[in-house]
Design a protein around this ligand. Structure first.
Ligand code: RP5
Length: 172
């Protein structure tokens, strides 16, 4: 395993991988949501073009290591999520990262246009996509975890209350 890996909790259930350490700022909200919900996760760099052998190893070992979802963020010609999905049945959740003058549209199209047969769930460009990918992974896990289901319901209640309580002139 690379030295730069972050782990939180016990045996990780969710892998948060990214094509470059430069993608971490975009993927950080996914890690924050998983931590908030108490879901063990790991975060590490897995690059489709710089470390293809490591990509194959990561994907091939994912199921046996206990991963239940892989959140994969990449920019540019973002082939990381699709390549991971081609090597594992663990669900892959792709997050397009802004990394080129095309502002993430290149990554979005690369990730979303998977040929039929190898599915990748594709999320919004940037941090909102990372947040939603983590919540989606949590919802997948919640199908077999009543406490996590309740935590997700409570999170929505809290966010709804915050939205209604927010002053109309509050800065973003
Ligand atoms: C992609 O190209 C990465 O996901 C990143 O978004 C972008 C730049 O990568 P580095 O040049 O920092 O390795 O592969």
């Amino acid at each position: 395993m690379p030295d730069s890996a972050l782990t939180a909790g016990s045996t990780p259930l969710v892998g948060v991988v990214m094509g470059s350490a430069s993608d971490y700022d975009t993927l950080a909200p996914a890690c924050e949501v998983l931590a908030e919900l108490g879901i063990p996760y790991e975060a590490r760099v897995v690059s489709a073009h710089r470390t293809p052998d490591w990509l194959f190893e990561y994907a091939e070992q994912a199921h046996a290591r206990g991963l239940r979802a892989i959140i994969a963020g990449a920019g540019g010609a973002a082939h990381l999520p699709g390549m991971l999905a081609s090597k594992t049945l663990v669900p892959v959740l792709g997050v397009p990262v802004v990394a080129t003058p095309l502002n993430g549209l290149d990554a979005l199209l690369s990730i979303v246009q998977m040929p039929g047969g190898i599915p990748v769930a594709t999320f919004a460009i940037g941090k909102p996509g990372a947040t939603n990918a983590a919540l989606y992974a949590a919802q997948l896990l919640a199908a077999g975890d009543a406490a996590l289901h309740d935590a997700l319901l409570n999170r929505r209640r809290v966010k709804a209350a915050e939205a209604l309580a927010r002053p109309l002139n509050a800065p973003n």
